[in-house]
Design a binder for this molecule. Structure first.
Ligand SMILES: Cc1ncc(COP(=O)(O)O)c(C=O)c1O
Length: 405
């Protein structure tokens, strides 16, 4: 308390590394659903799915309960299962690899570019050659568009095509990102499925748009989309009246395979659609903040302790990741920022280092992934962050560089 009795302002209010931005239009959209006839399996889901197609350019979207559920169903719908292997990047959230295990297959990893954390086409090629030499059947590759930069999808697609493997994009971080198609020179959207069979999205509150929790699979393959819709609701389909078996009525449905209850509610879908309408504003602000970091964190005194990546216009900036020059400096910087109320995060601990993966996949160390993990730190970045918030981060890092260089 101050002498006047008023509470002193907190000298270090918490600045999270990410958070959602809900406004009155989002609240109104959710309230409309709460007043409507459908809380789930109603019209808000279809509206959200249509909006996702319009944003990504993919022809079909299937909304589900999380990005993790989307990955699981993508594997099942692609007939990935026991006896198959899935390959992904080790620099990702565990869900990108867990999906292979949920489906009864095995998980393997190919190395990343240490500068970007992205799956390297040459490393994937080598890995798929190894599987071919062992006589293993083709499996699924999950390419992660890490931090908001589209993975090298055309190149990875060419590698997969050579080996007969199926490519899926994990676009949980990259809604709104674009990349150049080298074959045509055209600009493509992440999750457009131009070079993949399917892509998955996540609507967790730290992502570009949020639905509370939620996810979706997008694809240009109508049959795959139909199977995904069946799998998200127990494997059940309800035939049209013309296709009803003799003697059956309007009550009739059939469980045609083993599916799951992975449905999204209309409450979530309404929030997701309202947020999606705000995506351009969110993206613009994310890019503005990333540009600010790129411009502010280069030169003295920052160069002595960290490398700040240059701004890229086609990046969707879910994260802005700097690299400290050593593991010790990264650790010290994380603590230095935390002591000033500034939250940062490490994206990611290589998935193969987790105890579960050491048990199921053995002891793995990939040099690119280890190098990325050693120094990476994600700075606060979210659309509602203010200019003053960002200045606080830059000033704290300047103070850190002056004392630790
Ligand atoms: C790269 C990546 N893939 C998949 C997921 C899973 O998404 P969800 O949390 O919606 O299940 C996440 C979530 O953080 C992620 O970061």
């Amino acid at each position: 308390m101050s002498p006047s009795g008023a509470s002193d302002p907190d000298p270090h209010p918490i600045l999270p590394y990410a958070r959602q931005w809900i406004d009155e239009s989002d609240i109104a959209a959710v309230a409309d659903v709460l007043r409507s006839d459908f809380l789930t399996q109603g019209p808000a889901i279809e509206r959200f799915e249509r909006a996702l197609c319009a944003t990504t350019g993919a022809s079909h979207a299937v909304a589900v309960s999380s990005g993790t559920a989307a990955l699981h169903l993508a594997c099942l719908a692609l007939d990935f299962g026991p006896g198959r292997t899935g390959v992904t990047s080790p620099i990702t959230f565990a869900a990108s690899a867990n999906c292979f295990l949920y489906a009864g297959g095995a998980a393997a990893f190919a190395d990343v570019d240490p500068a970007t954390g992205a799956l390297q086409p040459a490393a994937l090629d080598e890995r798929l050659h190894e599987f071919a030499a062992l006589g293993a059947p083709p499996g699924v590759v999950v390419a992660v568009s890490l931090a908001g930069r589209a993975a090298a999808l055309p190149e990875l697609a060419a590698v997969c095509a050579r080996h007969g493997w199926t490519l899926v994009e994990d676009a949980a971080h990259s809604l709104g990102a674009t990349y150049r198609d080298p074959a045509t020179g055209a600009t493509r959207s992440s999750a457009s499925c131009t070079h993949t069979r399917a892509a998955i999205l996540s609507f967790h509150p730290v992502k570009h748009i949020c639905a509370g929790e939620g996810g979706a699979i997008v694809t240009n393959d109508a049959a795959l989309a139909q199977r995904l819709r069946r799998l998200r609701t127990h494997g059940i389909e309800k035939p049209d009246s013309a296709e009803l078996p003799a003697g059956e009525g309007g009550w009739f449905y059939e469980q045609r395979e083993l599916g799951y209850h992975y449905r999204m509610t209309d409450i979530q879908a309404a929030l997701g659609a309202s947020q999606l309408a705000r995506l351009p504003e969110f993206l613009a602000r994310r890019r503005e903040i990333a540009r600010g970091y790129a411009e502010s964190l280069t030169g003295a005194p920052f160069d002595r302790v960290l490398r700040a990546p240059a701004f890229e216009g086609d990046h969707a900036y879910h994260l802005y990741v700097v690299h400290f020059r050593s593991r010790e400096l990264r650790r010290a910087a994380y603590d230095f920022l935390a002591a000033r109320g500034i939250r940062s995060q490490v994206h990611y601990i290589p998935v193969y280092r987790h105890p579960h993966y050491r048990r199921v996949s053995g002891e793995i160390r990939l040099p690119g992934a280890e190098s990325w993990y050693e120094g990476c730190l994600s700075l606060p970045l979210f659309p509602k962050m203010t200019v003053a918030d960002q200045a606080r981060v830059v000033d704290a890092l300047r103070a850190f560089a002056q004392t630790h260089g």
